[in-house]
Design a binder for this molecule. Structure first.
Ligand code: G3P
Ligand code: CA
Length: 265
């Protein structure tokens, strides 16, 4: 296994604000990053995809209708795939009103804009490469964006936490990304079967859905020298439970609840 400075037990568990603080603000927007920071989060998770004209953007679903007003703006463009729209078209969309009218006018940010904001706020990043099978070569484009910036390709932040973790449900994509950015910790999303964990020690983390694991699974991941940060935990009682299992962190829509749970340990 790759040895990492921020190994389990050397630091307190990381609370990662899911899609920004998506319990309080529209997911995957700049205001969701701002809100995460205001609530005390030191790390955020976001999802990246690619527009038709090759711009990396933050969107979770592979289509635009749940989190924008695309059906009103472009009524004839169903099925609204992210990859069928140019960045200029996506700029016309409102990505805030669906969540609450007070967020009207919030835009879908480019990946570069989101990184600028994270740099300004000193937020660590768990970057999910969403549906990479739809965007051939996306891992290279992501690596190029980080390569053009200071700090992201070192193996940790000044807090001793990972500055950047790249993760995906597509484990082949994670492997490609790891080869491009070997100094960056990478995570497999989903539950790697216990018998296969030893095959994945080139990665640094396994981040499964919290409903699919138990304390023995956490132990197996740690035994293999990997970390584990399950998603998406919004109930304080469940946070307390996984913290007892000694998870290395967890992903939540409500970072303020997560931070309280960690502080109470
Ligand atoms: O970070 C993991 C988590 O975000 C995966 O689930 O559907 O929210 O992208 P999803
Ligand atoms: Ca995600």
């Amino acid at each position: 296994p790759v040895s990492i400075e921020y190994a389990p037990s050397k630091r307190s568990p990381t609370v990662v604000a899911h899609r920004g603080a998506s319990g309080h603000a529209p997911e995957n927007t700049l205001v969701a990053l701002d809100t995460a920071h205001e609530l005390g989060a030191e790390a955020v998770e976001v999802d990246v995809q690619r527009t038709r004209d090759g711009v990396l953007v933050l969107v979770h679903d592979t289509t635009l209708e749940r989190t924008t007003d695309v059906e009103d703006v472009f009524p004839d463009r169903s099925p609204y795939n992210v990859g069928d729209f140019t960045m200029a078209e996506i700029r016309e969309l409102d990505a805030g009103s669906w969540f609450d009218s007070s967020f009207e006018g919030e835009e879908v940010p480019t990946f570069a804009e989101a990184l600028d904001r994270m740099e300004k706020l000193d937020l660590d990043l768990f970057l999910e490469v969403k549906s990479p099978e739809l965007y051939p070569g996306v891992e290279k484009e992501i690596a190029a964006e980080f390569g053009g910036r200071d700090g992201w390709l070192k193996d940790g932040s000044s807090r001793g936490t990972p500055r950047l973790v790249v993760q995906s449900f597509d484990w082949e994509s994670v492997r490609r990304s790891k080869e491009l950015m070997p100094s960056v910790p990478h995570a497999l999303l989903g539950r790697v079967p216990e018998s296969r964990i030893p095959d994945f020690t080139w990665a640094q983390m396994i981040n499964p859905n919290h409903t699919t694991i138990d304390s023995a699974y956490v132990e197996r991941v740690h035994d293999a020298g990997l970390e584990i940060m399950p998603y998406t935990i919004n109930e304080r009682s469940r946070m307390d439970a996984v913290l007892k299992w000694r998870v290395d962190g967890f992903i939540t829509d409500f970072p303020e609840i997560g931070l309280k749970a960690v502080a109470a340990q």
